[in-house]
Ligand binder design. Structure first.
Ligand code: PEP
Ligand code: MG
Length: 572
């Protein structure tokens, strides 16, 4: 029967497909016993499910090609090995045979036993392997519950799960997953950012999803407004068709703006840079006429693998971004691992009590021997192929930026002596995303060449509201007087010192906020190419002088409601 489930739109696009439910890591299965006579049948049920998963993994492996085959293949091979692991299989059989547990409950017990073994390991890398066990056991559990044996492979399906890690998303897309629905998560998480980059519709915070949706159910998902319709009726299907057509029409209209300048109605030119994570993003940014790449998140090179990328591998990646942008500036952000961007290489700590306030960003790069130097060498070498800038994440003090500047100087000197052809000057910038950096900006602005405001984190740290915690609801918002005042202060300080300043958080990619950022004096935006044309259209509809004149009223706003009221006057 039709049912509408609410969620939050995190990556736009609509999808119609069958659900593939992946249960949360800690399997919530109550203790269940079977009769001695049912043991053989239970074992057959379990092993049929394991065989199904094995076949699916092989089929998936065969479908992968190109770069993904290498990256994702490694991950799949590990899971296939785990499926054949005698420890895992014999343990399950024994629980059913001698403990007279159901296959379901045996999976849960076995998972918890292995989790306890892994949790006791010294090595952070091995400790993190429990995620793989969870995924394999989760797959077997899902296969046990497949109601309908004709549910096709994952291609064309909508994944319904508790949460999804950034590293998994590319894999899911390569499997043909059309959309993802999560019961937890937030639209500001790195997973959501990556989903937008992959144009993979994502709905987060759908709290009822795992309760209500079963494997094989037909779902309609709208990643824009967050609506999920279970077993859609004729009216829903019609709405889906119309929506798909409307989106195609809108895309066509926006397409016409590809070659138009980003100029306000009163003739002020605004620069739109692109946030890029992949080669496809770079190609799209170039095609849409972005002024350059304003934020290249290098941590994606470090995810979903077990060893660190060496200098040459990093160099090739950065060089290709420079070549892809054909002479337009490319801003490479140094590694921002940590918090929700945990890697498999063991670089970032996995057991920090408060990871958002822990060893992430520049702190981690400086704490690990040789890590920063290798990355800076790769970036500086790539500067021989096009204009490059270095952007440092999570700066909180003048000392950090001075340390980076010295290291950059040393690396540049070394590379020149080694005979590399590199840029004469590589601008060094700081992400302003920690309130301390925003407030103390005058103390270190002299040591940087440009700045980029990371509103995703600046909102989180200013309002003490976790960007990934959906339970906080409206508490996480850029529409807070404290944030507007900080933004205004940063932009004024930068302007007074003649330093370019951009906003590169998700706020810059939301056309609704364009008038507000222009009013505060922002002239550079860095945003994902997926919304670049929408933001260009919004800016082209703005009167710059009128917005600037209305900035004092905006800064006087005392609460979210009055900021929204201010915005409403300018919404197009
Ligand atoms: C930000 O914090 O706004 C930002 C752009 O960095 P990230 O989202 O990668 O933390
Ligand atoms: Mg950030």
């Amino acid at each position: 029967m039709r049912q509408a489930l609410p969620g939050h739109g995190a990556s736009r696009g609509s999808a119609l497909g069958r659900a593939r439910v992946r249960l949360p890591h800690a399997l919530d299965v109550a203790e269940e016993h079977i009769e001695a006579a049912a043991v053989d049948a239970e074992l057959i049920k379990l092993h049929t499910a394991i065989d199904t998963v094995r076949i699916e993994m092989h089929a998936l492996r065969d479908r992968l090609h190109g770069a993904l085959a290498h990256e994702v293949g490694e991950f799949l091979d590990l899971h296939t090995l785990l499926l054949d692991d005698p420890e895992l299989l014999q343990g399950l059989d024994a629980l059913i045979r001698t403990g007279l547990y159901s296959a379901n409950y045996a999976l849960r017990l076995q998972r918890d036993r292995l989790a306890a073994v892994f949790a006791g390991m010294e090595d952070a890398y091995f400790r993190s392997r429990i995620d793989d066990i969870d995924q394999v056991i989760g797959r077997i559990h899902a296969a046990l519950h497949r109601r309908d044996s004709d549910v096709p492979g994952v291609a064309g399906e909508i994944l319904v799960t508790d949460n999804v890690a950034p590293a998994e998303l590319a894999q899911l897309q390569s499997q043909g997953v059309m959309a993802v629905v999560t019961s937890a998560g937030s639209a500001l998480s790195h997973s959501a950012i990556l989903a937008r980059s992959l144009h993979l519709p994502l709905v987060v915070g759908a709290v009822l999803a795992l309760q209500k949706i079963n494997d094989g159910d037909v779902l309609m998902v709208d990643g824009g407004n967050g609506l999920i319709v279970l077993e859609p009726n004729a009216g829903d299907l019609r709405a889906h068709r119309l929506r798909t057509r409307e989106l195609a029409r809108e895309r066509k209209q926006l397409h016409r703006l590809r070659r138009e300048p980003t100029r306000t109605s009163d003739g002020v030119d605004i620069r739109l840079f692109a946030n890029a994570e992949s080669r496809e993003d770079v190609a799209e940014a170039h095609a849409l006429g972005a002024a350059g790449v304003g934020l290249y998140r290098t941590e994606f090179l470090f995810l979903q693998r077990n060893e660190l990328p060496d200098e040459d591998e990093q160099f090739r990646a950065y060089r290709d971004v420079a070549l892809g942008m054909t002479g337009r500036a490319v801003t490479i952000r140094t590694l921002d691992l940590g918090a929700d961007k945990a890697d498999r290489t063991g670089l970032a700590l996995t057991d920090e009590p408060n990871p958002a306030l822990g060893l992430r960003g520049v702190r981690l790069s400086l704490a690990r021997d040789g890590l920063f130097e290798t990355q800076l060498r790769a970036i500086v070498r790539a500067s021989g192929y096009g204009p490059m800038r270095v952007l440092v994440p999570m700066v909180s003090s003048r000392e950090e930026i001075i340390t980076v500047r010295l290291l950059l100087k040393k690396v540049t000197h070394d590379l020149r002596s080694e005979g590399h052809e590199i840029a004469e000057h590589l601008p060094l910038g700081a992400m302003i995303e920690v309130p301390a950096a925003a407030i103390a900006l005058p103390t270190f602005i002299g040591a940087i060449d440009f700045l980029s405001i990371g509103t995703n984190d600046l909102v989180q740290y200013t309002l003490a509201a976790d960007r990934n915690n959906e339970a906080l609801g409206d508490l996480y918002t850029p529409l807070h007087p404290a944030l507007l005042r900080l933004l205004s202060m940063i932009i004024k300080t930068a302007d007074a010192r003649g330093k370019p300043v951009a906003v590169c958080g998700e706020m810059a990619g939301d056309a609704l906020f364009a008038p507000l950022l222009l009013a505060l004096g922002l002239c550079e935006f860095s945003l994902h190419p997926a919304t670049l044309l929408e933001v260009r259209r919004a800016i082209r509809g703005c009167d710059h002088a009128q917005l600037r004149a209305s900035a004092p009223a905006l800064l006087r706003a005392r609460d979210r409601q009055s900021i929204e009221k201010w915005l409403l006057q300018f919404s197009l």
